[in-house]
Design a protein around this ligand. Structure first.
Ligand code: SF4
Length: 336
């Protein structure tokens, strides 16, 4: 993918379809539980794409896994995950299974691992429809429509193909068709283009963006790549060491970050902000939830760190209309 498109305009904000409120995820560790997601709060309004961005270990994938209900065994959760007002963290496993694939569907990074190698693409895409008792003709018609919608050329001739007969990009399109089969209201996409080459990445992102707009879906896009988020997301949530560093409308956040970590991310990708001519690699190594420095977790890497940052953890707060940041000096940064 070359450069970055202008971030899309956010639609008029309405009540959240999904509200993540103070979400906590603890995983078992050798020396006791490790908090990998720490009081994460954001919401996803209908027909809106939210980008969840951060380096490895930031907690973004674990947050998405909590939403879809696929956390590792032994994980303990806290806070709330409200889906149309229903708290998913207190829902039964049967209720979570019913929601998965129907109301909330997931596109994985590696479709080869997610697709069944022993079944044809059509069989897998049609599975959810067959289980719903749809007649055979209707299933076939709908599978064809879905493959076509996902941009698979000559879908009728491809229905009997197996995943290994598809290229990486085609498999990701098949995965998208499968995710759409249950007519979900929310699509979770975890690094959906990371395994693809640059040209195919751009095509898949255009496809996701057009599906989101045409079908009026909400989407949670997890990515380590700021260019991907800038291309597709209306809102962005920046995570660092398991916590939210900053969130707000994508265009505003990327044009004028309120958190030094967001600014470092933006400056590491020259095409994201036109005034940045050169890429400045992110300094230092990311803090991990198991190895969180005291005070602000970003302070060992932060060029603006002061004494207070080493001892006092900043709480997320409103720093401008529609903008939140967890930095003691966010207002100063916004005025630069
Ligand atoms: Fe940097 Fe201090 Fe803000 Fe943390 S609180 S991001 S160390 S300025």
């Amino acid at each position: 993918m070359s450069g970055v498109r202008t971030p899309v305009e956010a639609p008029v904000e309405v009540d959240g379809l999904l509200e993540v409120a103070g979400l906590v995820v603890d995983l078992p560790g050798a020396r006791g539980p490790v908090r990998v997601v720490d009081r994460v709060t954001f919401d996803i309004p209908p027909a809106t794409t939210v980008g969840l961005i951060g380096e490895s270990g930031s907690g973004k994938t674990m947050t998405a896994n909590a939403v879809i209900g696929l956390l590792p065994e032994g994980a303990a959760t806290g806070g709330e995950l409200r889906w149309r007002g229903e708290d998913l963290l207190r829902a039964s496993p049967a209720r979570r299974r019913r929601l998965r694939g129907h109301e909330i569907a997931m596109i994985f990074q590696d479709p080869l691992a997610a697709l069944n190698p022993t079944q044809t693409i059509a069989r897998q895409v049609g599975e959810i429809l067959r289980r719903a008792g749809r007649p055979r003709d209707e299933v076939r018609r709908r599978v064809l429509e879905l493959l076509e919608r996902a941009g698979i050329p000559e879908p009728a001739g491809r229905m009997r193909s197996y995943p290994h007969e598809f290229s990486g990009g085609m498999r990701q399109r098949a995965m998208i068709a499968l995710a759409l089969a249950g007519s979900p209201a929310l699509l979770l996409a975890d690094e959906p283009t990371t395994a693809l080459d640059v040209t195919v990445q751009a095509r898949i992102l255009r496809l996701l963006r057009s599906i989101q707009q045409d079908e009026g879906l909400a989407m949670l896009l997890v990515s380590h790549d700021l260019r991907v988020v800038a291309h597709v997301a209306h809102q962005v949530v920046v995570m660092y060491a398991g916590r939210v560093a900053e969130r707000g409308p994508t265009a505003a956040v990327l044009a004028r970050p309120a958190h030094p970590y967001t600014r470092a991310l933006v400056d590491s990708v020259p095409a994201v902000r036109t005034r940045t001519a050169l890429a400045h690699p992110l300094p230092g190594t990311p803090a991990t939830p198991a190895n969180r420095p005291p005070g602000c977790a970003f302070h060992p890497r932060c060029p603006l760190a002061r004494e207070r940052c080493r001892t006092e953890e900043p709480e997320p707060r409103t720093v401008a209309p529609g903008r939140w940041a967890a930095c003691h000096f966010a207002e100063e940064l916004l005025q630069r």
